[in-house]
Design a protein around this ligand. Sequence first.
Ligand SMILES: [Zn+2]
Length: 195
Amino acid sequence: MSNCVQSKGHMWCKNLPSHYRDKEGKNYCIFHAPEGCKGDVAQDEFVGLLLRKISEDYKEGKSCNLSGTVFEWHINFKDFYGENVLHKICFSKSLFCRKADFSHVTFNGDALFSKAIFCEEADFEYARFQGSANFSGAVFHDKARFFDATVEGYADFSSVTFNKTSYFSWGAFKNKVIFKNTCYKENAIFKRPVF
Ligand SMILES: [Zn+2]
């Protein structure tokens, strides 16, 4: 069976099973299979596979690459609250079809969300980015909530499109932040300081 069609651009999945097919008959791994094309895999199983990949990569000392992943269902990273943290992780070009809840998550390595697409709300409230946070080229179709989030490293929101209101706290960015060519279709609300 041929590899996932996305494995050329996203090398990390080239050894994964690729028996999920789209309407044109193209093969995908479970992570890259488009919405509605993940076969019998249900939300819980998908989340389980996702968490397993994250923890296995961490145990092997690798950064976790999930670039291009299609999150068909609402995703909540509650398993990373408190003592648990997300290490260096890449969600570049990922598609979040439903609400993406990263609230209260600690990212203790660089977090890459460049060119990610958030179709519904993106919740990063109280998230702690201890490394850099790269959202360059990302598109937020719904509200982007960053109240009480902090970024200790370099933060990049260049060429981001916010189609709905975005919310940030004053003092969120402890280092350099770029808002170059950022497109706000509605309001950007900055309020209440964060420490
Ligand atoms: Zn793939």
